[in-house]
Design a protein around this ligand. Structure first.
Ligand code: NAD
Length: 336
């Protein structure tokens, strides 16, 4: 049957604005006749039952089986409650690297022109192993775990990414001056891996200096490779340079699995009002299409998105416009 040729992609709409922006992705993909079919799984903080798995095994199995997924934002309780569902997903699926391209978008006015930075974040360990305990009342300990294997894997991913995407330079961002053992080992792994990639320039930067330069001379940087918490922070900073979280794409990669996800949250203030900007999820989905070798579809959709943004007539509120999510989506479909 004709559907035999279709790839199946698992769709997790998520909480808050998740269902609205997921709907936009489905509509744009249908209009572009992308040869995929969706398998939807409802993962939500609201469905978490104490004592049961945070994420249903049916959803995890589906992503493992099909290899590709797209995820909207998931609500995460702050300071208490269950473990983050995002973290659980990344760990359960072995999504060891997070890639975030932050490039100047024509039509979006920001402080700098020509920013083109990609952050590669080690996604599985560091401070996010979630090993915290209260030693005595008023004193807590939190462990940062760095392993040679995960650091080497992250570093190799960054250099391979640079080579495949014709980037010139990889900068390892660290705090090895203070965290001599943990960040020290991460840095040593980056240095050693760099020797295998003589075609890519290698540099090192202390994290605070890197942040200072990012907001004063962002053109200094090309590909950044970072540990988990540092990558989380610096990737949002880089997104802010090019127009914010509503615009930046993100992809999580494992050995056999790809999960595209918007990096912004559930935007509870505008959820359910048809006001969200679906661009971040759309561009993440475009990154996934490239992983599937559907380059023509990816290019067409990306061009349509950037044309609508450049024209500036149908922008959502976060970009200074008045269009609804559905109107912006319609404008992209018209371009297609
Ligand atoms: P948020 O990103 O949801 O919202 C911050 C601000 O940005 C809000 O004013 C919001 O309206 C706006 N915004 C975000 N995305 C937008 C979009 N696509 N279009 C237009 N405006 C957008 O951050 P928050 O308020 O700190 O977090 C809300 C919830 O989301 C929390 O429960 C948090 O844990 C969760 N969260 C989830 C993820 C994820 O699933 N990857 C990431 C970050 C936060």
């Amino acid at each position: 049957s004709p559907t035999d040729a279709l790839h199946t992609v698992v769709l997790i709409p998520g909480d808050g604005i998740g269902p609205e922006i997921s709907e936009a992705v489905k509509k744009v993909f249908a209009a572009a006749r992308v040869p995929i079919q969706w398998e939807e799984h409802l993962i939500s903080t609201k469905n978490v039952v104490p004592g049961q798995d945070l994420i249903p095994s049916t959803a995890l199995d589906a992503i493992r089986r099909h290899g590709y997924g797209i995820k909207g934002p998931l609500e995460t309780p702050i300071g208490k409650g269950h473990k983050s569902l995002n973290l659980t997903l990344r760990q359960a699926l072995g999504l060891y690297a997070n890639v975030r391209p932050c490039r100047t978008v024509p039509g979006i006015r920001t402080k700098f022109d020509h920013v083109d930075v990609v952050t590669i974040r080690e996604n599985t360990e560091g401070e996010y192993v979630g090993l915290e305990h209260e030693v005595v009342p008023g004193v807590v300990e939190s462990l940062k775990v760095i392993t040679r294997s995960a650091s080497e894997r992250g570093a190799r991913f960054a250099f391979e990414f640079a080579r495949q995407n014709k980037r010139r330079r990889v900068t390892a961002v660290h705090k090895a001056s203070v965290l001599k053992l943990s960040d020290g080992m991460f840095l040593e792994c980056c240095r050693r891996t760099a020797k295998e990639y003589p075609d890519i320039e290698f540099r090192e930067a202390l994290i605070e200096l890197c942040c200072g330069y990012l907001i004063s001379q962002p053109q200094r940087y090309d590909v950044l490779v970072l540990t988990n918490l540092a990558g989380d922070i610096v990737s949002d900073l880089a997104a802010g340079l090019v127009g914010g979280l509503g615009l930046t794409a993100s992809l999580n990669k494992g050995e056999h699995t790809v999960l595209a996800e918007a990096v912004h949250g559930t935007a509870p203030d505008i959820a359910g009002k048809d006001l969200a900007n679906p661009t971040a999820l759309l561009l993440s989905a475009v990154m996934m299409l490239r992983e599937m070798n559907l380059h023509d579809h990816a290019d067409r959709i990306e061009r349509a998105i950037y044309t609508v943004i450049k024209e500036g007539k149908n922008l959502t509120g976060d970009l200074g416009g008045k269009a609804r999510c559905s109107e912006y989506t319609r404008a992209i479909i018209d371009k297609l």
